[in-house]
Design a protein around this ligand. Structure first.
Ligand code: SF4
Length: 117
């Protein structure tokens, strides 16, 4: 079976066709597209960006993201977990909110500095 994807590895957005049996990728303009196409039919991954609650800061929420792509299958579980988190100000970019979420090597990290008030 041939599956079609748009490569999201860069803004060019190449249209990929991936043979799900042979993992042959067509339509990519560079090796990153081939890797992306193969991953989409074997173990699709995504970088998750979101926010979590924070106490004692100028804003009630602070932005976070995964420090590397995580299995797409875990996306909703990760969002549920982030909903339970409440940080305390101050925090800085790169602070780890959750280390190795769900036993993976992926950490949730802060992406915005927040000073205490
Ligand atoms: S295949 Fe390469 S050039 Fe095309 S969108 Fe993907 S990363 Fe960009």
């Amino acid at each position: 079976m041939i599956k079609e994807f748009v490569c999201i590895s860069c803004p060019r957005g190449c249209n990929l066709k991936v043979d799900t049996e042979t993992l042959k990728v067509e339509g990519n303009s560079c090796p990153r597209g081939e890797a992306y196409g193969k991953a989409e039919v074997t173990n699709p991954v995504r970088t998750i960006t979101s926010t979590v609650k924070i106490k004692g800061a100028e804003s009630p929420r602070v932005s976070v993201r995964t420090d590397k792509p995580i299995s797409k299958q875990l996306m909703f579980k990760v969002m549920e977990e982030l909903d339970k988190v409440e940080l305390k100000a101050p925090c800085k970019v790169g602070d780890i909110v959750i280390k190795g979420i769900f036993g993976t090597d992926v950490n949730i990290v802060v992406t915005k500095e927040m000073k205490g008030v």
